[in-house]
Write a protein that binds this ligand. Structure first.
Ligand code: S3P
Length: 426
């Protein structure tokens, strides 16, 4: 589905409830499947990635029933059953990497496969530490398919070379089945939804700064309410900041501080963003945001900022085009390993729209404030976040743009167009 987007003349107004967090939805299904008993997952993200996780655990013998799209009943024996055909992770790196950790310590063998994009993504980052724990994993030169031969595991202390929640979580989940205390130390703190939810479900887990330790534990089934996804809210935050006359409210946004890098950056840029009401759901902080069109100034984004806003960087690069001065985004080389190479994809597609952007090995340099010419077709590289970033660029482009294959949005936010239209209509 190609979609034409043209300049929005009158500003975004009104309020939306942001759909559920993708990372938390995956974990809710995975961890409830490992816990003996019944749990209800409320506000589950009914998008392609999280549905891949739900089908995968159904195949592993867990009783998973959708009461409606956003409410799931999980009834688990607390153990998984062997499944001989390949288990399909679809487009989802989180599914493949976290499930590898879970399956490595089972008493049966399994195979994980993914779509074209996932089959190109690096899996050595989990194969290496899991193998140190005794796991037996065969791969296609470090990529999917992964053949996992279930085997007894032992604990390790792992100094991760990258700040990656997927790597950390994969090791911690293997640690749930391993003898001894498994520890992961990260260079910077990555998102900590795994730690929060495992603790909420009674795991023996201990956190000290960037170091997390876990011991073999049985999880207790508990109902979970999934917070809204700040990574999805990011597209509406940026749209409101750059489309003149905008003033919107975004409700139920997850405000876990390992994810709020975008809020800090918006504040550093002088953006008008207020947090209206903070509360805790299932161990996670959420709140409502008011965002208004703003005069912005450039800032540098690097180091410990990066894991706290990694998925927002394409749309933050767009935001930087509307900020006065030079914005340098560095230390973000891992963006090249996402659903697409998000550094070269952003640079190629932004240039098609007439944006002046420089490519760095680990980021971008953007000089603002720029007028965006538009008037061209752009490609999304099978990447949901590029699709939404380019759509937002269209809202401030001088000439209409055509975002090709916009259906990739369904990976994380099938509701995107409906929500956007509701903010355009007032
Ligand atoms: C995720 C972690 C991040 C993020 C991804 C989801 C997770 O990846 O980019 O979209 O749910 O743990 P890395 O941890 O590999 O950076």
């Amino acid at each position: 589905m190609d979609i034409a987007v043209s300049m929005l003349k009158k500003g975004l107004t009104g309020e939306i409830i942001i759909p559920a967090d993708k990372s938390i939805s995956h974990r809710a299904v995975m961890f409830s499947s490992l816990a003996k008993g019944k749990s209800v997952i409320n506000n589950f993200l009914y998008a392609a990635d999280c549905r891949s996780t739900a089908s995968l655990f159904k195949n592993l013998g867990v009783d998973i029933e959708f009461i409606n799209e956003n409410t799931i009943k999980v009834n688990s024996k607390g153990t998984l059953s062997p499944y001989l055909p390949p288990l399909d992770c679809g487009n989802s790196g989180t599914t493949m990497r976290l499930v590898s950790g879970i399956l490595a310590g089972q008493q049966f063998n399994s195979t994980l496969i993914g779509d074209e994009s996932l089959s190109k993504r690096p899996m050595k980052r989990v194969i290496i530490p899991l193998s140190m724990m005794g796991a037996k994993i065969e791969s296609n030169e470090g990529k999917a398919p992964l053949k996992i031969h279930g085997t007894p595991l032992h604990s390790i202390e792992y100094n991760s070379p990258i700040a990656s929640a997927q790597v950390k979580s994969s090791i911690l989940l293997a640690g749930l089945f391993a003898d001894g205390v498994t520890t992961v130390i990260e260079p910077y703190k990555s998102r900590n939804h795994t730690e929060i939810m495992l603790e909420y479900m009674g795991a023996d887990i201990f956190v000290e700064g960037n170091k997390v330790s876990i011991q073999k534990s049985e999880l207790a089934a508990r109902d979970i309410f999934v917070a809204g996804d700040i990574s999805s809210a990011a597209f509406f935050i940026v749209a409101a900041l750059i489309v003149p006359n905008s003033d919107i409210i975004i409700r139920n946004v997850g405000l876990n501080k390992t994810r709020t890098g975008i809020i800090d950056v918006v504040k550093r840029m002088g953006g008008k963003l207020e947090i209206l009401d903070e509360r805790i759901v299932s161990g996670e902080k959420i709140g409502d945001l008011r965002v208004r069109y703003s005069d912005l100034k450039s800032c540098n984004i690097n180091g410990a900022d990066i894991p706290r806003l990694i998925d927002e960087l394409p749309v933050i690069a767009l935001l930087a085009t509307q900020a006065d001065g030079e914005t340098r985004i560095t230390d973000a080389g891992d963006l090249r390993n996402k659903e697409a190479d998000r550094i070269s994809a952003v640079v190629n597609e932004f240039r098609k729209l007439g944006i002046d952007i420089d490519e760095l090995p680990d980021g971008f340099i953007i000089n603002g404030k720029q007028k965006i010419a538009g008037g061209s077709d752009v490609d999304v590289y099978h990447d949901h976040r590029l699709a939404m970033t380019l759509y937002i660029a269209g809202l401030i482009s001088q000439k209409e743009i055509l975002v090709k294959e916009f259906q990739w949005v369904n990976i994380s936010m099938p509701e995107f167009l409906t929500l956007m239209d509701s903010l355009k209509s007032l």
